[in-house]
Write a protein that binds this ligand. Structure first.
Ligand code: KG4
Ligand code: ZN
Length: 375
């Protein structure tokens, strides 16, 4: 008999539910995105996010069960994101999962959202019959996080070790903005719409390297595996201020966005060569930093492989650079597919499976934790 876990995720702006069998077989993976709600603000508005989760949670769970052709009664456990995230958003998923577990008398397993992102990489690799070698370095890079972890198999009691539970050590993290946040802020500044990552990814391809605009690497004192992205964002802002000739095209793009013209094909004709060069330079600087520090951390710790997860892991330049460095260094790099890179509940159900085997159970006192650390 397979173990079926229903995962629920509501830490930020996606309401998600998924059914995963034995921690590796995705029977359903339903995500209701709130991007339309937050678009006009250029970022996630916490109050609106909680309200949307409340509207979506019941239909999303129902849809996940329907797509998997299972009933609530057939679930062996419920898994839910406990943190980190927006507390009002977390509480919606947590309260619902608690209620289901209590009403049906089934185990409730709390999951750290960041561990979910790590597990998304294993989930994807296992679907392809691969297994990332441990110990590994994992870069989690999204709109809310930019953090590097070192992970290995948990060597405790035999039962825990057999479950496949991992242990984590944080190597570094952003000191200011997350990388995805920098993409979103730069996109807002240049009137390219929200979210910024996908559009910047596409427009950056329209300009070659050595186009006359470039940004240096961010210098960080202390921990060499920490990140900082507020400097590059400010550099883009200064560039725009110094180039007054860009103002009319920014206005034209604002008008296009107001008409609902958000596609790269629609915005590209409204971007001058200078703007495209600026976009390319911004992306190059961010990617150089992410790839450089991750490989440095992998070398420093003697990691056997590198994992990359989170919304920004979908970036084509980032993937290309990671793969190029991987070929040169002999280290294997693993990414989830786009559906498993961004926030989803399959990764939460998958992360819960080894905990289920190891006997981890939450009781009634389980609460959301906005800054829950992963350790
Ligand atoms: O993981 P995610 O869906 O949500 C969290 O923030 O947890 O990530 C969303 C972030 C946004 O900041 C978005 O701009 C960025 O991921 N993103 C990208 C790309 N696709 C999404 N950034 C760069 N390139 C992309 N292709
Ligand atoms: Zn996330």
């Amino acid at each position: 008999m397979k173990t079926h876990i229903l995962g629920i995720e509501s830490s930020c702006d996606e309401t998600a539910a998924a059914v995963v069998a034995d921690g590796r077989e995705i029977l359903s993976n339903v995500v209701a995105s709130q991007v339309g709600t937050h678009r006009k603000y250029g970022g996630v508005v916490p109050e609106l996010a909680s309200r949307e989760h409340l509207r979506q949670i019941v239909p999303v769970v129902r849809e996940a069960l329907a797509q998997a052709h299972v009933t609530l009664n057939e679930m062996d456990a419920f898994a839910v994101t406990r943190g980190p995230g927006l507390v009002g958003s977390l509480l919606v998923g947590l309260t619902y999962a608690k209620t289901l577990a209590f009403a049906l008398g089934k185990p409730l397993i709390p999951v750290n959202h960041l561990e979910g992102h790590v597990r998304a990489v294993f989930l994807e690799a296992r679907q392809a019959g691969q297994e990332p070698a441990l110990p590994a370095v994992c870069l989690i890079v999204s709109g809310g996080h930019t953090v590097l972890y070192w992970l290995e198999r948990r060597a405790q009691a035999a039962a825990v070790a057999a479950s496949g539970e991992l242990s984590y050590r944080r190597l570094g993290q952003t000191r200011d903005d997350a990388a995805g946040e920098a993409y979103d802020k730069v996109s807002k500044l240049l009137a390219l719409g929200y979210p910024g990552g996908p559009i910047i990814d596409q427009l950056a391809k329209q300009s070659g390297a050595g186009n006359g605009v470039s940004f240096g690497s961010t210098k960080i004192r202390g921990n060499p595996f920490d990140f900082s992205f507020s400097g590059i964002k400010t550099a883009v802002l200064y560039f725009v201020r110094e180039h007054a000739e860009l103002a009319p095209e920014i206005r034209a793009r604002e008008e296009a966005l107001a008409r609902g013209e958000r596609q790269a094909e629609q915005l590209k004709p409204l971007c001058s060569k200078t703007t495209l060069a600026l976009i390319r330079a911004f992306q190059d600087a961010v990617v150089r930093d992410l790839v450089g520090r991750t490989f440095a951390a992998a070398e420093d710790t003697g990691a056997a492989s590198i994992l990359v997860s989170g919304g920004v892991a979908a970036n084509s330049e980032l993937r290309g650079q990671f793969e190029r460095h991987a070929r040169e260094s002999g280290l294997e790099v693993f990414f989830p597919s786009r559906a498993l890179s961004t926030d989803n509940a399959a990764m939460i159900a998958a992360a819960a499976y080894p905990k289920f085997l190891a006997g981890v159970r939450a009781d009634d006192s389980l609460d959301a934790e906005a800054s829950l650390p992963l350790a």
